[in-house]
Design a protein around this ligand. Sequence first.
Ligand SMILES: NC(=O)c1ccc[n+]([C@@H]2O[C@H](COP(=O)([O-])OP(=O)(O)OC[C@H]3O[C@@H](n4cnc5c(N)ncnc54)[C@H](O)[C@@H]3O)[C@@H](O)[C@H]2O)c1
Length: 270
Amino acid sequence: MGQLEGKVAFITGAARGQGRAEAIRFAEEGADIIAVDVCGPVETNIAKPSTPDDLKETAHAVEALDRRIVTQQADVRDYAALNSALQRGVAELGHLDIVVANAGMWSYGLSEEITEEAWQTTIDVVLTGVWHTTKAAIPILKQQNTGGSIIMTSSTMAIKGMQNLSHYVAAKHGVAGLMRTLALELAEYNIRVNTVNPTSVNTDLIRNEVGALLNDVRLLSERVTKLQSHFNQADADIKNILISTTKITGRAEKIEKVELTPADAPRQIG
Ligand SMILES: NC(=O)c1ccc[n+]([C@@H]2O[C@H](COP(=O)([O-])OP(=O)(O)OC[C@H]3O[C@@H](n4cnc5c(N)ncnc54)[C@H](O)[C@@H]3O)[C@@H](O)[C@H]2O)c1
């Protein structure tokens, strides 16, 4: 018996790449699949568009494993379309257990050169699309009262910066915040919420000039890491952190200990 026998998984961006791989792997473990993808171009996305045939191929692969699959073309930016795809899938397959918010895209450019359209599209797909996916799924999971698992495909760029990708990096950092908040909001319903943070995965997303660019910028990143190492963890109290910011760059420090002496305490003015 598979580890996911009798479960139903809703996966966005399932026409190809990681989404398809997850659909097949979950089906191998016994799950039925609700697979959604835009199956067409997304403005400013540097990756070549997926197609309806790609989504059909995912469906054939799942069916070849004797599992059921409901496919639907929908854009994660369009909440109504996404919600209706999920409702249809649940009506056909009976229930919902696993949600994989995986659809993604990107483009590149220095922060000051990214166009308004590229910035907004990346935030809309990579961050808002994930929120839409959870917004549609949560009421169903809560109503079933059988727990559940929400997994967001984030990125190592949710935990560090990367030159030429500030819109994508900002969106993935946003996904981390959404995950942490939902984990708190949904714990009492036994619904777990996590991200996976891949480095490079050999999919169509990176088989283009951005993939090549990433190899170059990793060398540059090593210089920033050296600058960051000036910060000494032993100094981790609030005053020393503020002083250390003259030497560090690109860190969001977690401040564990805040001890104000009477001399530091804010004075009343007037
Ligand atoms: N490939 C990598 O190196 C890598 C690394 C870290 C994180 N990721 C993340 O992994 C996830 C999956 O990407 P992948 O590597 O499989 O790339 P991919 O381009 O092969 O697959 C992404 C899928 O998402 C779909 N999609 C894009 N915009 C959509 C939209 N608005 N609505 C619905 N579907 C949409 C695409 O059509 C495509 O089928 C993405 O969130 C990506 O950011 C990828």
